[in-house]
Write a protein that binds this ligand. Structure first.
Ligand code: HEM
Length: 429
């Protein structure tokens, strides 16, 4: 460290380094500074950290493919063999939405957008508010709360449980199944954790298979029924020819809906709460004028937290990015978390400031064809959560003992724990 500025050694940058993961932002800034696109020799991958370059790649789904875009870290041959054997007890994997390109992506996305529609999400407003208020009601009038466990995890779990009309007995399974699905995303779990995750994956498939069969026989008014009974037109089908989706396709879709929004929304809620405590003027602004502040506060929380710090794309042909040759097959890490702090778009990008300009340009939900289908739901959860928290609590503070440690992943970024001292307001009007 020289004069308060950390010296960054990009030649030896290792995104898997747990110490760097605690605060990757100086490295992100150095990569943005280094040039439009950075070649990382050790991982044989390009890193895209600048906002304009990330956008350019996201827009061009012909040159930059999403096949394999959420690639997980493989373990040893022995453990991967064991995992494969466990997975054989379930159903074969089908790729839909996140990990496919147009025109296949377009067909699946159209079908899911109709079921996971704006009408359905808007109708969840009262329910999400009810869940948020129930959770806050469990807080003591004055004392310590485990905000991570009792709010940031519980809210998205309960919301997706309701939104997907899942049976009451699996509410405690949702987080386990979600964490299992992401166990090796930007991280290197132990062999035991990989095996446990494989068992959980099969358990989740079995649950969804039973639900699928039930909806097939007796449709109900829910997203799964709509997907099960929808007419899917594959891109290679003859004109007007449609079919119903097979179970592996359906499972791939519901799994994405169940998993993709859970951990991400938890991380967004935790980080935004941390930032509000560190920036008391922003909490005070929210409390005194929620209607005018909430929209921008949620967007700024999303920009700063960027729970998904980046995903991958693959060059489908020899191409160029900002004058640099990018050969066919190259892997590129699109660093949403770095692009979201690019000073060329976000003045003083490291600062939390809900009154900043160009907030709607953040890339926390990606952009273009793969733009997060759950963004309206997450935004609704964030809006309701911070409105209700500010209405019902005086400004919280950190409880003693917080370590502010982040989970060991360079893709999923979020606090492992957040304990707060809270005091409820006597009146909530
Ligand atoms: C703060 C919360 C969330 C964050 C930060 C987030 C982030 C993202 C990002 C960055 C992408 C784009 C991936 C790409 O371009 O390859 C994405 C896609 C997606 N998200 Fe989210 N997400 C969130 C919440 C949700 C929720 C609540 C759901 C569902 C209930 C969801 C479901 C999906 C799905 C299915 C896709 C794939 C869309 C496609 O490929 O067409 N996400 N999300």
């Amino acid at each position: 460290m020289i004069g308060g500025v950390i010296e960054i050694d990009l030649a030896n940058y290792d995104p898997m380094d747990p110490l760097i993961q605690q605060c990757p932002y100086p490295h992100y800034a150095a990569i943005r500074e280094d040039g439009p696109i950075f070649w990382h020799e050790q991982s044989a991958m390009f890193f895209a950290a600048r906002h304009d370059i990330v956008k350019q790649i996201l827009r061009d789904t012909t040159t930059f493919s999403s096949i394999g875009s959420n690639a997980k870290h493989a373990g040893s041959d022995a453990v991967m063999g064991e995992v494969a054997k466990i997975m054989e007890q379930g159903w074969p994997r089908a790729e839909t939405m996140l990990t496919v390109d147009p025109p296949v992506h377009t067909s699946y996305r159209r079908l899911v957008s109709q079921a996971f529609s704006a009408r359905r999400i808007a109708a969840l407003d009262d329910q999400v508010r009810g869940i948020a208020v129930d959770l806050i009601d469990t807080f003591p009038d004055q004392g310590t709360i485990d905000f991570h466990r009792d709010f940031a995890v519980s809210l998205p779990v309960r919301v997706i449980h309701f939104a997907l009309n899942m049976s009451p007995d699996v509410i405690d399974k949702i987080k386990l199944w979600s964490d299992a699905a992401n166990v090796a995303l930007g991280a290197s779990p132990s062999d035991d954790d990989r095996i446990a995750a494989a068992h959980l994956a099969v358990e989740g498939q079995r649950y969804w298979y039973d639900e699928y069969e039930a909806r097939l026989a007796h449709p109900t008014d829910d997203i799964l029924s709509e997907i099960v009974h929808a007419d899917y037109q594959a891109p290679d089908a003859a004109d007007g020819e449609t079919r119903k989706l097979e179970f592996p396709e359906i499972y791939s879709i519901v799994k994405q809906l169940m998993v993709a929004g859970n951990e991400t929304t938890t991380k967004f809620l935790n980080e935004t709460m941390r930032l509000l405590i560190e920036n008391p003027a922003q909490w005070d602004a929210l409390s005194s004028d929620p209607k005018n502040v909430i929209h921008d506060l949620v967007e700024e929380g999303l920009r700063m937290s960027s729970p998904n710090q980046g995903l991958f794309r693959y060059a489908t042909c020899d191409t160029e990015i900002a004058g640099r040759n990018v050969p066919e097959g190259s892997k590129i890490w699109l660093m949403f978390g770095a692009a979201n702090r690019d000073d060329h778009v976000f003045t003083d990008g490291e600062a939390f400031d809900a009154s900043r300009d160009r907030l709607n340009e953040h890339l926390a939900f990606g952009m273009g064809r793969h733009f997060c289908i759950g963004a309206p739901l997450s935004r609704l959860e964030g809006t309701v959560a911070f409105e209700e928290l500010a209405r019902r609590l005086h400004r919280p503070t950190f409880a003693p003992g917080n370590t502010f440690e982040y989970e060991p992943s360079f893709i999923m970024r979020g606090l492992t724990q957040l304990d707060l001292l809270v005091e409820k307001r006597t009146s909530t009007t």
